[in-house]
Design a binder for this molecule. Structure first.
Ligand SMILES: CC(C)(COP(=O)(O)OP(=O)(O)OC[C@H]1O[C@@H](n2cnc3c(N)ncnc32)[C@H](O)[C@@H]1OP(=O)(O)O)[C@@H](O)C(=O)NCCC(=O)NCCS
Length: 238
């Protein structure tokens, strides 16, 4: 099996970790904890990446996400080199026969990779818990009217937690589908139709994105409380 890339000092942990209640055949998920302020330009150079002029925090999260992705591919027996970034779209470029997704947030990073024989798209997102005050401000932008209704009977804290979950699930849906359609869609273009306490939910598209991805289609999403917030994963079967 290919060896994993060297872990730079600003990354405290980098390990395989499947935090969801359901496993997905052939998929590997790797998570990292890192100190964004401690990353150095040399860390990028050591991994064959050119510092892009972006700030140190951005460079640190970029490298942490890439190292998670390389390790996820390495666990699957693929060459453990870092996926490059498409300069036009910002999308990670996965090796032929593989798809995946990368996320990072406030010192946490994660990536998943799976074979395209089984999965046509994967979307992974970590979101920091949104405060009740901010949740009130974001509600109209993120939630459809029926999702807002669904939060009515919850306490302020629980409603903020649920909004964080919906926000993250919708970003995961976008990250799973956008690389396939290259069509932008917003938070009002999908809604939650089913929710289970034990870590899964269903999202439904509310507009046509392509011949394949159209209004009314439903997508499964796994979720779990993770670190400072929520981790969600949308998966599209091949
Ligand atoms: C693209 C987007 C989803 C990224 O989410 P985020 O929470 O800001 O950031 P994350 O750390 O989770 O993910 C960033 C990573 O996603 C990947 N990425 C970037 N654009 C992407 C896209 N269009 N599709 C899939 N993955 C993408 C990259 O790997 C990026 O990290 P990198 O630049 O270090 O390689 C978000 O910025 C966005 O544009 N959202 C608006 C669209 C949306 O969510 N609609 C909801 C539809 S219901």
């Amino acid at each position: 099996m290919p060896s994993s890339p060297i872990r730079p000092g600003f990354i405290q942990t980098l390990a395989c970790n499947w935090p969801f209640t359901v496993s997905l055949p052939g998929c590997q998920l790797v998570t990292a904890c890192f100190d964004p302020a401690a990353s150095r330009e040399q860390d990028l150079l050591d991994h064959g990446l050119q510092p892009s002029g972006s700030n140190r925090k951005r460079q640190g999260e970029f490298l942490a996400g890439r190292l998670c992705a390389a390790q996820a591919l390495g666990q699957n027996g693929q060459c453990a080199s870092l996926p490059t970034r498409d300069s036009d779209t910002g999308l990670p470029v996965w090796p032929d026969g593989w798809c995946g997704s990368i996320t990072h947030s406030h010192g946490l990073a994660a990536a998943i990779a799976g074979p395209t024989t089984q999965w046509s798209g994967l979307g992974l997102d970590i979101e920091r818990l949104i405060s009740p005050k901010r949740a009130l401000r974001l509600c109209d932008a993120i939630l459809t009217p029926d999702e807002q209704h669904w939060l009515h009977d919850l306490s302020e804290d629980e409603a903020a937690r649920r909004l964080t979950l919906i926000f993250s699930a919708k970003e995961s849906l976008y990250k799973a589908i956008n690389p396939l359609t290259r069509t932008y869609f917003g938070f009002q273009d999908a809604r939650i139709t089913e929710y289970a306490q034990d870590g899964w939910l269903t999202l439904q598209l509310l507009r046509d994105l392509s011949d394949t991805y159209h209004s009314g289609m439903e997508f499964p999403c796994l979720w779990t409380p993770y670190g400072h917030g929520m981790l969600t994963l949308v998966y599209l079967s091949a």
